[in-house]
Design a protein around this ligand. Structure first.
Ligand SMILES: [Ca+2]
Ligand SMILES: [Ca+2]
Length: 720
């Protein structure tokens, strides 16, 4: 119990009186300390493209009302601090901008990208270190050697390739937006450092970990000398991908942890560059956790970076919840000619990237190519239908702007590096999505999208005032205002409190209260109380209670607190912390219910027999583990629900450890696609009683095979 809070709540009438007196003093004597009726500027992009980041007539905050759809904003709640918004300056993008535009065309485009008065003020660029597939010509690194030769001292290292046009374009971008951040990412180490001597697939030879760390350090120094300081590095682009026709390199979490703690971290120690793990799909939230599980690696790692090509943005929070002292970044998503409905594309980007990634802790929102030509190029291998933020006509230099430019612009033009994400309502059941930020100068920017098929009217409420707005179908609006948030008394209890029991913990989440400055969490061991305060001054609407004993039922309520005092308590919820339960072998064991794993990814899925989530990204040696499975007696067979778009592989069932007693083995072939589910059966011998179970995936060398082996929905043992 915080004594100060208790004092406030006990003297609520006095403090209310004081507040009234203070307000009177402020309005009559001190001038506009808190000027009500703030002006709101409004910028809209509509799905029918009649308005493209178009400023609308100003609105004014007025008296608060509480009917209809309510988008609440509470700037007291500070989530992550933003590093910026942007896209990737690939070799292809820089080549087009530098070589295919006249000076005047180039200046106009660069202003439209990087100025937030003449354009959308992009503030973060991702830069491939060497070639991705988006290159005008051959794939390259900064230290290529003839086949059979190596260069362990990096005598041949040079960024001359980039000096021709990439660095000049980056310098111009920085001159327009001096706050521009740069994130660099290698697609592959030089071929001579790799297990297969190729820029495609293969892994990094352990004998060159030191040389490769020096390669990063040389790159950072060379770019700094060229006037383009690098703010962050990801260890490897898509370390779990195995591209066959453009640069890529296989790295496991253990590879990244080893490379970072022994080589890359020390090599960059005094260079003020953040090191980020993963840089791959939302579907791989356990990868970053596995890297951060190594404390020596974690000491050098700022956070984990995600791409959009599998999984959902919410999975970012799996990594963040495991390591709340490390950051989250969103670093790549391409649009392309596989999706051509402009309005739907606008809504997808706003909902999943601007809103979804930001609401799941991302400090950057970065799309893929900033510019490509009309043929989705130039590119060498890889994606053949990708589109950039803009398309540049190689013949005329004409520039066309795509939905991504406006989706990003609705936030990047108004939210600068250093802004914090603040609390705002998501009304998913009404297809109204929002995210809000508070800039370093105090200015608030609220982005609201309406992805429903009709116009919708909602109210934005902030600090005891509100305004109303009607947003057309499949459109997005940004509302910008300045001022000090008012602080009326909190009228209602916190809502939507939920709790999830875990091993030695209970996790609480609730909807934020519009005027709260903090929350108090209270607990009882008897339903209805009396409750004891276990934590006051909780800054955000979430709490993990780790001071629990397994097997005990706990009852929780939360209250919202501000300068006027404390709200009524929320509805009560209960949880019984417990170790993972014993799983019955003859029940349907969902693959995603594992207690331990190595190397897997997760996806939401659909299957006629139910799916929830499935496990994928399976390669040789990956496994799932359950601590306690009760086989009973007489187990004879096991059924597996699987899907595979590749040649498949083998699944093995072991007891005790991944290499323990083998009780069953089943071959899984191509089922037609990654979503074509089929049931495979195998005989089982030697399984009885309560055992730990390991499901181990077998097949091929992960560094060189083209795809994962197969997806797994569930397994079920049987006595028949
Ligand atoms: Ca894997
Ligand atoms: Ca499942």
């Amino acid at each position: 119990m915080n004594p100060q809070i208790r004092k406030i709540s006990n003297s609520i009438r006095l403090s209310t009186l004081l507040a009234v007196v203070m307000a009177l003093l402020a309005s009559s004597l001190a001038g506009p300390v808190k000027a009500a009726g703030e002006t709101v500027s409004v910028w809209v992009t509509t799905g029918d493209q009649t308005k493209l980041l178009a400023q609308q007539p100003n609105l004014t905050f007025g008296a608060d009302t509480t009917s209809g759809l309510l988008v609440n904003v509470n700037a007291n709640h500070l989530y992550q601090q933003m590093d910026g918004f942007g896209a990737a300056m690939t070799d292809s993008s820089a080549w087009l901008i530098y070589n295919k535009l006249s000076t005047s065309q180039r200046n106009t485009l660069m202003q439209s990208l990087f100025s937030n008065t003449n354009g959308i003020g992009l503030s973060y660029l991702r830069l491939p270190m060497g070639a991705s597939e988006f290159v005008n010509g051959n794939h390259y690194t900064y230290d290529d050697m003839p086949a059979g030769q190596s260069d362990p001292n990096l005598n041949n290292f040079s960024i001359a390739h980039d000096q021709a046009y990439i660095i000049p374009v980056l310098q111009q971008a920085r001159s327009i937006n001096p706050a521009l951040g740069i994130m660099a990412t290698p697609w592959s180490a030089p071929a001579w450092m790799k297990t297969n001597g190729s820029l495609y697939r293969g892994g990094l030879l352990s004998s060159y970990y030191g040389a490769y760390a020096n390669y990063f350090a040389r790159f950072v120094d060379a770019y700094s000398a060229a006037g383009v300081p690098v703010n962050s590095l990801t260890v490897q682009n898509e370390p779990q991908a195995k591209p066959g026709d453009y640069p890529g390199m296989w790295m496991t979490p253990a590879n990244e942890a080893s490379f970072v703690k022994n080589n890359l971290g020390p090599a960059l120690a005094n260079k003020n560059v953040k090191i980020l793990a993963l840089d791959h799909n939302w579907a791989l939230p356990y990868y970053g956790i596995d890297v951060l599980n190594d404390p020596a690696a974690k000491a050098y790692i700022d956070g984990t970076a995600f791409h959009c090509y599998g999984g959902i943005p919410d999975f970012q929070s799996i990594t963040r919840d495991a390591y709340p002292d490390r950051n989250i970044y969103f670093t790549e998503c391409s649009s392309g000619n596989w999706a051509t409905n402009w309005a739907d594309n606008l809504m997808w980007d706003v909902q999943n990237l601007v809103v979804g990634a930001s609401r799941n802790w991302a400090k950057t929102i970065v799309k893929w190519n900033i510019a490509l030509d009309a043929n989705s190029g130039p590119h060498t291998g890889g994606c053949s239908g990708c589109t950039g933020l803009v398309t540049i006509d190689q013949a005329s230099g004409a520039v066309s702007y795509h939905h991504d430019y406006y989706a990003l612009g609705q936030v990047s033009k108004f939210v600068v590096p250093g802004a914090y994400r603040i609390a705002s309502s998501n009304l998913a059941t009404s297809s109204i999505y929002s995210v809000a930020f508070k800039n370093p100068d105090g200015k608030i920017a609220l982005v609201v999208s309406n992805s429903s098929s009709r116009s919708q009217t909602f109210k934005v409420r902030w600090g005891g005032q509100s305004f109303q707005y009607s947003l057309p179908t499949k459109s997005v609006a940004t509302f910008v205002w300045n001022g000090t948030q008012g602080e009326p008394a909190i009228s209602g209890a916190p809502t939507a409190l939920t709790t999830t029991a875990g091993n030695q913990k209970a996790t609480l989440k609730w909807e934020f209260s519009i005027y709260a400055t903090s929350y108090t969490v209270k607990r009882a061991t008897v339903s209805g109380g009396p409750y004891t305060t276990i934590q006051s001054n909780v800054a955000l609407p979430a709490y993990v209670d780790a001071s629990v004993t397994n097997g005990v039922t706990y009852y929780y309520v939360v209250t919202a607190v501000n300068g006027h005092g404390e709200s009524a308590p929320s509805a009560q919820v209960s949880a019984i912390p417990n170790p993972p339960p014993v799983v019955t072998a003859t029940s349907q064991i969902e693959a995603e219910s594992f207690n331990g794993q190595s190397g897997i990814g997760i996806e939401n899925c659909s299957d006629t027999s139910g799916c929830g989530q499935s496990v994928g990204y399976t390669e040789e040696g990956d496994y799932l583990a359950w601590n306690q499975v009760n086989f009973g007696t007489g187990i004879k067979t096991v059924s597996l629900r699987v899907a595979s778009g590749s040649t498949g592989g083998t699944v093995e069932f072991h007891l005790g450890s991944p290499n323990g007693t083998l009780i069953a083995s089943a071959a899984v072939g191509n089922t037609g696609s990654w979503g074509a589910w089929t049931t495979v059966n195998a005989s089982v011998s030697g399984a009885s009683g309560i055992q730990s179970l390991y499901i181990v995936f077998r097949g091929g060398d992960p560094a060189t095979t083209a795809d994962g082996l197969f997806n797994l929905n569930w397994v079920k043992f049987s006595t028949h």
